[in-house]
Ligand binder design. Sequence first.
Ligand SMILES: C[S@@+](CC[C@H](N)C(=O)[O-])C[C@H]1O[C@@H](n2cnc3c(N)ncnc32)[C@H](O)[C@@H]1O
Length: 402
Amino acid sequence: MTDPLASPPWLLLVSAFLAMETADSLVSLAKVCGGGSITEKVQRFIWDHCINEAARKGHAPYLKCFLKKLINENESNCSEVLDELYEQYAYLMTSMKSFKGNARVRKYITFLFPDGCLYLPSCPKSRKLMFPLQCSLNMLEGDTGCSIWPSSLFLSEFILSFPDIFSNKSCFEVGSGVGLVGICLAHVKASKVKLTDGDLSTLANLRLNLELNQLITKTDAPEKLSEDQNVVKCFHLPWESASESEIHAFMPEIILAADVIYNPECFPHLVRVLANLMNQRKSCSQSRKDTSESSVPDSIWVETKVNGTNEGFIAHVHASGKSDSNGHGIDSRKGAPKRDHPVAYIATVIRNIDTFNYFLELAEQASLTVADITETLKPFNLLPYMQSYDRSSIRLFTVSSN
Ligand SMILES: C[S@@+](CC[C@H](N)C(=O)[O-])C[C@H]1O[C@@H](n2cnc3c(N)ncnc32)[C@H](O)[C@@H]1O
């Protein structure tokens, strides 16, 4: 018999459960598994692969909410409910302590790779990657940095879809939050991953997530590890107080950010940090380039205007001229174009167009070029079970120094 965990829709159901998707979406996935209803076989699967697991490490209010929904669904259709599920629900009803809004939970984010799309240096044969992440149920906790925001899911899908852009590159993230982007960067073998955040409680939670994913070890065990063995490091970096010399110490090749363009008060500082990161390496590499012979680039950057607007769209075009409509394949062999100066990849939801335009204005004043690459380099949909994640609301921009 084939392992149900290896095939959709069962795989989608268990992935959605581990990522703590809503009870409604779990019930609809469970119905897909049962061909329209939550059959005994589906309930047995839920009991074995979701509830039993969750009872050990899960979050009781979440479990209770899911069970309530499932039981209601079956009772309203006059369908049987397994005794075990009733009993677990009754147990949770009586034993659960009062629920606090700031509760931390452990979500498991599973990236599911479709056939033929996978090229991950860390696990070339794997079809799925699962990362545990501690996060808060309160979206505002840790200055918003203790929950997973959709832009970081998108940026993570991008990194895993185009690993060659990032592998062997030194990467630097601002506003790292729970650390998912950094964990994906480590998986595609970025040479260095530096994660930063301005909030100290977010940073503590980020550090814990790196430990959970075996990417960093506790600082209290120095004998086990010399300082430089961790590829991933995290730093406290509030944009307002980051000094030029502090920023210059980093010198990354690639800068990343997810969902940091929302508070206009921070923009002057954020843009200053980005401009400093961009320009330092540029001036360094420029002097190197001036003394070396010119060579034919592997790829060129093409900037086009779309729909007659001023929105600049930049496409990666490989020297071979090969690409597909999604941009997949462009980078699969050789990676993104070799650039002498850093480029930033920023994923964001544009919630308020005036706020976003203000960011663009400041970027322009700082001589930064912002280009929308959402339609040009589309990542694979690696989170097909996540109904709470609306990929269409996210834009991906590159920022470079002009
Ligand atoms: C909306 S959260 C996004 C977190 C994460 N990148 C994600 O997408 O899940 C914004 C992040 O930026 C950080 N942040 C906000 N203002 C900041 C500032 N002025 N300096 C440094 N970090 C800041 C917050 O602490 C938080 O982690």
